[in-house]
Unconditional design. Structure first.
Length: 224
């Protein structure tokens, strides 16, 4: 048992954060029903509704999960970077949603067509209210997953996986506006936040810096 704990104990932060995030988000979904801040930019009016994009929108759940699990089992350093990127952005999103409850009025009042994709969207609309949107976590986490792929010592060497990840990341980003789940503003601010976190996590490599500082602290304590 101890052997498995030592091997997989790095799952503990992921489990704890997932628990906190789900509770916090569920609370916001129940309490934020009529937000005063309505998000809308002029570009939103020029984007057509296209129900086919519900497919990549739902693929987001598998995409991010598979990337995180791959890093978890294959490379702890890459796993910690991915978690640092995702957790920070998701926390910023929760704080913004708590302090500045927001929403939009972009969804169609009635579905323009009747098919399997509009039925999927109708279900999505019922379970996911048009609130707590800014910045788009669908977009932000998709960028985070693609960065994890492109910075993976193994995955980055595979052109098929790298290209497939880029296509999926792009299609998920587009899906958020084509199925009227998000405003263009939510997408752009997600890109800004991702750019900031990219510099912190991948350029400054804060995870490696923290490990180095921790190692130096341990050596200093042993010398005392």
């Amino acid at each position: 048992m101890k052997k498995y704990y030592e091997r997989y104990k790095h799952a503990i932060p992921l489990i704890i954060y997932a628990f906190i995030y789900c509770i916090w988000f569920a609370f916001l979904e129940k309490t934020v029903t009529h937000p005063q801040t309505i998000i809308h930019v002029w570009a939103d009016d020029f984007i057509p509704f296209c129900e086919l994009f519900v497919i990549p929108y739902f693929l987001w759940f598998a995409y991010v999960s598979v990337v995180v699990l791959y890093c978890f089992f294959k490379n702890k350093q890459e796993y910690y970077k991915t978690c640092a990127f995702l957790f920070t952005g998701m926390t910023v999103f929760l704080v913004i949603s708590t302090l500045w409850p927001n929403g939009h009025h972009l969804r169609p009042y009635t579905m323009p067509r009747d098919n399997i994709f509009t039925k999927m969207l109708a279900h999505l609309y019922r379970v996911d209210t048009p609130t707590n949107l800014w910045p788009s976590i669908h977009v932000y986490n998709s960028i985070g997953a693609h960065l994890a792929v492109t910075h993976s010592s193994k995955l980055a060497e595979n052109k098929v996986i790298r290209t497939g990840s880029f296509i999926l990341c792009t299609s998920i980003t587009l899906s958020t506006v084509f199925i009227k789940q998000h405003s263009v503003f939510d997408v752009l601010t997600a890109f800004v936040m991702a750019a900031v976190m990219y510099v912190i996590v991948y350029q400054f490599d804060v995870i490696a810096s923290l490990k180095t500082s921790r190692s130096h602290s341990k050596r200093w304590i042993r010398h005392i």
